[in-house]
Design a protein around this ligand. Sequence first.
Ligand SMILES: Cc1cc2nc3c(=O)[nH]c(=O)nc-3n(C[C@H](O)[C@H](O)[C@H](O)COP(=O)(O)OP(=O)(O)OC[C@H]3O[C@@H](n4cnc5c(N)ncnc54)[C@H](O)[C@@H]3O)c2cc1C
Length: 252
Amino acid sequence: MQKASSPFVVLPQEVMDLPHPHEFFSDARRLEERLRQVVQGEIRFDEASRALYATDASNYRQVPIGLVVPRTIDDVIATVAACREFGAPVLSRGGGTSLAGQCCNVAVVLDFSKYLRNVTWLDPSRRLAHVEPGIVLDALRNEAEKHELTFAPDPATHSRCTLGGMIGNNSCGVHALMGGKTVDNIEELDILLYDGTRMTVGRTSEEELAAFCAIDTRNLSASVIPTSLAVSQATTSISFYPRTDSMWRVLS
Ligand SMILES: Cc1cc2nc3c(=O)[nH]c(=O)nc-3n(C[C@H](O)[C@H](O)[C@H](O)COP(=O)(O)OP(=O)(O)OC[C@H]3O[C@@H](n4cnc5c(N)ncnc54)[C@H](O)[C@@H]3O)c2cc1C
């Protein structure tokens, strides 16, 4: 009888013995020490924590250099400064529900979801809220619904996904048909670049962006945002959401 072949790819031993990519970052210990000096939040460079953050909702696996759970925006700024000093890449993370490996890489992972999750203010008359990036979408929606408002983009992961992650992925959802994608519902972002620049950005036309990029060599439009940018606060406009039966029927 023919033996059934394994459904798994078995790698040759010499490939198994190769170092993992994170092992090429030789300054991990010194970076960890520096982070412990300058960050109030949690610094986790142990193997178990790094294993936990080696994946997201995708099939990708990359063991990170280490993990920082910032308590404040100052922690975020200090983390990026320390990583810059040691040449370590940084990667922001919210709920980690991304499906294409956006949240796993050989980097120092910043988990915004534990402490940076507050609504700073919510103004129903202007239909605006100011939030920290680690806030879970449902937490924002619960506050908004007290005023019969909601945030329209609603991925199926709405009880887990964060506003920071939604901005990173430009997330949608069934109600995005009514109120637009995440990009259509962001009024203003307070951003931090890898080089330490902190600035507030708002709605920008293609022409304005092209003009800005022409004088700024960092190529903000293409390369900075996914890897080196931490959204520290987001002012989100909350779309009005009339909760009628007909609306539910149309959308369901
Ligand atoms: C079962 C399932 C169903 C899903 N359904 C939908 C759906 O209906 N619609 C949809 O659009 N998506 C869907 N998704 C994808 C995913 O859930 C959404 O994109 C979600 O909004 C991601 O949020 P998050 O907080 O988990 O982001 P994460 O996965 O943590 O991060 C997403 C990206 O944002 C970046 N990021 C996170 N925080 C910050 C920050 N503070 N600053 C800068 N960058 C940051 C990350 O680096 C990453 O690139 C689904 C996923 C699953 C597993």
